[in-house]
Write a protein that binds this ligand. Sequence first.
Ligand SMILES: [Cu+2]
Length: 168
Amino acid sequence: MDRRMWLTTASVLVLLAAAGLPPGFQSAARAANFAVTVRDAWVRAPVAGQTDAGVFLRIRSHDRATLVGATSPIAAMAKIHAMHTENGEMTMRAISQLPLPAGVEVSLEHRYHLMLMGLKRPLQVGDTVPLTLLVVDASGARHRIAVAATVRPLDATEPPATMPMPMQ
Ligand SMILES: [Cu+2]
C-alpha cells in the first residue's frame, strides 16, 4: 500500500467517524483487536409443542466486552437468561447484558444460557440453528457474531431436565 492509499484510507475512516455511524451492529474498523470465539454451541430440542428452546455455548472475548443479546431467524426473539434461586426454587429471568472479561471463557451452559422464544418451526435433533450474538466491545462498538448451533436431544446434559420453563 503506497502513501497515497494510506492517506485515502485514513480519510475514509475519519469521514465515517465524523458521519456518526447509525446505531447498529457492525464490525467497526476502530475495533481492530476485537475477537470473540464461540464453541460448543447447541440447542436443546424442546418438548413437543413447546415453542421455547434453551441454547448453550461457551464464549471468550480477547478484550473486555459485553454480550447484550442474540437473534435467530427461526425464533421470534432470543433472551439472555440467568438462573437463580428464589424461595428455595430454581428459576430464571432475562438479563440485558452479560460481561465478558478479557480472555476468560464464559459458560452459558447452566447458570447463564440463551433462550429462543417463539420458535417458527419444529427443531429436529441434528438440525443446525443459525444464531447471531450481539456483543459490544470496550469502545462501545457493536458486533454481530454468527454462530451455528446443533440441536441435541431433550435429555442431553446441562441444563437439568427440571429447569423451569418458560420465562419472559
Ligand atoms: Cu432460560
